[in-house]
Design a binder for this molecule. Structure first.
Ligand code: ADP
Ligand code: ADP
Ligand code: MG
Length: 502
């Protein structure tokens, strides 16, 4: 039985994993880089070890250092979170060799699914529909042009080793084929150290719908329904919700069956996600499998009522799944927004820096997964995600209203954030209607721009200043009884603060 888990990650996901550990009576070990000394995950863990300098490849990606720390701390298992080493087959294998439990799938499953060309072949053999396209890497460029013309434009040229929305190119015109394939190959080589690319038909009116699965080490596998992740920017998710507003019970059942078949085809064990791309008619095709916990896993937890990290740990302990497919159902509606330190009015430039003040939204149906606190300085070295705001409602309309309210009461000063942008998404009629595609953000750039030059933060300050002015006028209007103005401590404080902050 696992008694102590090392979390090979940082930020909100490290804390999320530690929460389940604590609830299960398991000790947690944090690792951190020099840039993360003041990170909340370090304080939150039962033990913490510095594993190297700020750059990821010298700390969070340093496999040797992490294994060494696991041994030193006496951890019997490692949870990799998402990103970093979570989809590294060599890491999973190494843990096994060292007698440490890797909370995730084995090297075979990671390797098969991590290489998208191999995954496509495996899915075809398992009878899972894949996006029409090639199943071998593009070698000969003239051959590539022929193939693409046969498949029919538009197509996507995608890196077999791609991930995180990187390494793919849309080709719409025949004359662009050669240059796009060449560019995709060199991009793939630079980003992933592997220049293998393949071709997929571009699915028109695309919707990203993915299925959460759980599989134990005894051959049992279930799905925990879908997540709709079509609100994307540069192929990266911005807002996720479940259930999908376009799903039907029939298609859900069929896609769920295919998701389970996909996982079984690689003898999967653990939590994983099968991503599909669908069109408006709900024709669906396998995109890829993420062999780890997903960023957006909390919305599934809220609607299905399962703690996915707890189940990951149970599975790693060799236990059988506690649920049968028929035990599970979706209850209500959940939405997640990813809160980033970024300037959405300035091409989404990262905006790291010191959080002067942070006020979290609270109240019924609100969950907030974060690692931020007052005075925390967001390092420049890592993903600038501050938190994930998750809401639950009895239905979609209620959930949207709740998200809007929660975003409205979420205050951060010191860094620019995506909060106002996310709030505007909740107001767009096409979002409210549901049925939006992955082009949603691109198609609504005007509606999503901030309406005036004054940000939400500066309008808060403007309101404080106006109130202080009002108090001043009131004071002046008061007849002085003793010749002295009655001094209010609060007023002086408020005035000083408003002046220094402006
Ligand atoms: P999810 O599907 O869970 O939303 P993302 O694709 O957004 O996951 O990726 C989750 C995290 O992992 C992000 O921080 C992303 O930058 C990182 N990531 C995913 N795949 C890769 C990869 N191949 N190389 C580097 N980082 C990756
Ligand atoms: P990654 O590993 O980077 O997450 P995916 O294959 O999951 O790459 O694709 C990421 C996103 O890119 C999808 O959610 C979708 O928006 C878009 N995309 C990928 N392939 C296609 C396709 N064939 N047609 C339309 N959109 C696609
Ligand atoms: Mg993906």
């Amino acid at each position: 039985m696992i008694k102590k888990i090392l979390i090979a990650n940082r930020g909100e996901i490290a804390i999320r994993v530690m929460n389940s550990c604590r609830e299960m009576g398991i000790l947690s070990v944090a690792v951190y880089s020099e840039a993360d000394r003041n990170s909340l995950h370090v304080r939150y863990a039962d033990e913490a070890y510095c594993i190297g300098p700020a750059p990821s490849n010298q700390s969070y990606l340093d496999l040797e250092k992490i294994i060494e720390t696991a041994k030193k701390s006496g951890a019997d298992a490692i949870h990799p979170g998402y990103g970093f080493l979570s989809e590294n087959a060599a890491f999973s294998e190494r843990c096994k060799k060292e007698g440490i439990i890797f909370i995730g799938p084995d090297a075979h499953a990671i390797n098969t699914m991590g290489d998208k060309i191999t995954a496509r072949k495996t899915m075809l053999a398992a009878g899972v529909p894949v996006v029409p396209g090639t199943t071998e890497p593009i070698v000969d460029l003239d051959e590539a042009v022929k193939t693409i013309v046969e498949i029919g434009l538009p197509v996507m040229v995608k890196a077999s080793a791609g991930g995180g929305g990187k390494g793919m190119r849309l080709v719409e015109k025949e004359e662009d084929i050669l240059s796009s394939v060449k560019a995709a190959k060199s991009e793939a080589l630079a980003a992933f150290g592997n220049d293998a690319v393949y071709i997929e038909k571009y699915i028109n009116s695309p919707h990203h719908i993915e299925f959460q699965i759980l599989a134990d080490q005894h051959g049992n596998c279930i799905h925990l329904f879908e997540r709709e992740c079509s609100v994307q920017r540069r192929h990266q998710k911005v807002v996720e919700e479940t259930p999908s507003p376009i799903m039907t019970p029939e298609v859900r059942e069929e896609m769920g069956r295919h998701a389970v078949a996909a996982a079984k085809a690689v003898n999967y064990a653990g939590a994983g996600t099968i991503e599909f791309i669908t069109d408006d008619q709900l024709n669906y095709y396998f995109l890829e499998m993420n062999t780890r916990l997903q960023v957006e896993h909390p919305i599934t937890e809220q609607v299905v009522g399962v703690d996915l990290v707890r189940e990951q740990i149970n599975i790693a302990n060799g236990e059988k799944l506690r649920y049968r497919q028929e035990d599970l159902s979706q209850h209500g509606h959940a939405i997640e927004t990813r809160i980033y330190a970024e300037d959405t009015d300035n091409n989404f430039m990262p905006s790291p820096g010191k959080i002067n003040h942070i006020h979290f939204p609270l109240g019924a149906g609100v969950r907030h997964d974060t690692y931020a606190y007052n005075g925390y300085e967001i390092p420049i070295y890592y993903d600038p995600m501050i938190s994930k705001l998750v809401v639950w409602g009895n239905n979609r309309e209620e959930a949207i209203g709740r998200m809007k309210r929660a975003l409205g009461s979420y205050k951060i000063s010191g860094v620019k954030t995506s909060i106002p942008f996310l709030s505007r998404i909740m107001d767009v009629p096409d979002f409210k209607k549901g049925g939006y595609t992955t082009h949603f953000i691109q198609n609504h750039t005007e509606a999503l721009k901030s309406k005036d030059s004054c940000s939400e933060e500066c309008s808060d300050l403007a309101a404080i200043t106006a109130f202080v002015d009002f108090l001043k006028k009131q004071e002046r209007a008061k007849p002085a009884s003793n010749g002295k103005a009655p001094a209010s401590q609060w007023k002086a404080f408020g005035r000083k603060k408003a002046v220094t902050r402006l």
